[in-house]
Design a protein around this ligand. Structure first.
Ligand code: 2P0
Length: 344
């Protein structure tokens, strides 16, 4: 019986094309970083879980200064191959750890993993508040450092294709600012990558409301799979997301903050509605999450331009502009506030 080729390995080979044969006789090393991102139109559901192809396109804002920095050393003159050493924020990670195994499995998709050993040091500068996902910045930084160390000279779009295989949302972390991950139509996944949007929004603030940052009971990969297979309401989701995406793009073009905020909040609540309506239900919210939503709604009733978005967890990310910062800070007290375009 012949083994079926791993479609992910084939995908990597297609993306690397000529580049894979270069630079594999000499040691390679480098360092790269990538930001975390927050989706304003969410990725929720895979049409192909092996190639990480999404049901819908998504749109995000990156948070420069918060993300992952990764150093890579690759050596061909070794008895062993694949990932050999991984440190996270200076601490060695055991090969039995799921983090090590996920990274090793990703690296194993690349020809270099059969031809030498990888040693990787990775540092996360992700705020502890609000449990921002580090897998997005982690896989984006890893692909960037491989591109650089192996001299592949891949475009950002091609790096985005590769990062997507590690974690869907990583496809958007190749860029600062706003990005769209295009769902793509092809079965081979070669048209499902993110591109940057040109708009900047200097007054935009993102506030992190920390409700609970402990490990969640169901991860987003499993949560979205269950929703796709078991939720009758899910069929409404792709349509909602498509509409939200168009509206957000228009809001960015016209710098219409109220439309941006409203659309992002509505999209996040629609995503959560599909999770709640699956069985067994997936409800990431805690009483304090709902209390924070009500505070946002009260602020809006009082004329403050603040909106929220939420991911697969109980924490809120607030969206507001600089002029409303004092009112938001007063209502929420101890709030971590990030400025995505502070350096723009
Ligand atoms: C997003 N999330 O668009 C959505 C909203 C969570 C809720 O992307 O299975 O870690 O590795 O592709 O990218 C989190 O999912 O999932 C996510 P995989 P990922 O940000």
């Amino acid at each position: 019986m012949t083994a079926t080729p791993d479609p992910r390995k084939q995908f990597v080979r297609q993306v690397l094309n000529q580049a894979q044969t270069l630079g594999l006789s000499q040691p390679a090393e480098g360092e790269a970083d990538a930001p975390v991102n927050i989706a304003l139109c969410k990725y929720w559901g895979k049409r192909d879980p092996v190639l990480n192809l999404p049901v819908n396109s998504s749109l995000s804002i990156s948070l420069p200064g918060f993300g992952t920095t990764t150093r890579l050393l690759w050596r061909p003159d070794s008895d062993v191959t694949g990932l050999q050493r991984l440190t996270l924020n200076g601490t060695p990670i055991s090969p039995e750890d799921p983090v090590f195994q996920r990274l090793a499995a990703f690296l194993a998709l690349f020809p270099a993993a059969d031809q030498g050993r990888f040693d990787i040091d990775t540092h996360n500068q992700v705020p502890t508040a609000a449990g921002l996902a580090s897998s997005a910045s982690g896989f984006a930084a890893l692909v960037k450092v491989m591109n650089q160390a192996f001299g592949w000279e891949l475009s950002q779009e091609k790096c985005s294709l590769l990062a997507r295989l590690g974690s869907g949302s990583a496809s958007r972390s190749l860029y600062d600012g706003f990005a769209i991950w295009h769902q793509g139509l092809r079965a081979d996944g070669l048209d499902s990558y993110a591109t940057a949007l040109p708009q900047v929004w200097p007054s935009l603030c993102v506030g992190l409301v920390e409700v609970d940052t402990s490990q969640k009971s169901i991860g987003s990969t499993a949560g979205m799979q269950q929703t796709v297979s078991d939720c009758d309401l899910y069929q409404a989701w792709p349509k909602q997301a498509q509409k939200a995406l168009s509206t957000l793009q228009l809001a960015l073009e016209t710098q219409d903050f109220a439309t941006l905020g409203k659309t992002a909040e509505h999209n996040a609540l629609s995503m959560h509605a599909t999770m709640i309506a699956t069985w067994p239900p997936i409800l990431y919210w805690q009483p304090q999450s709902v209390a924070a939503m009500q505070t946002v709604w009260q602020l809006r009733a009082d004329g403050v331009g603040v909106y929220f978005t939420m991911d697969a967890g109980p924490n809120l990310k607030l969206l507001f502009e600089e002029q409303d910062r004092p009112a938001v800070e007063q209502a929420f007290g101890n709030l971590t506030i990030l400025r995505p375009f502070a350096r723009a």
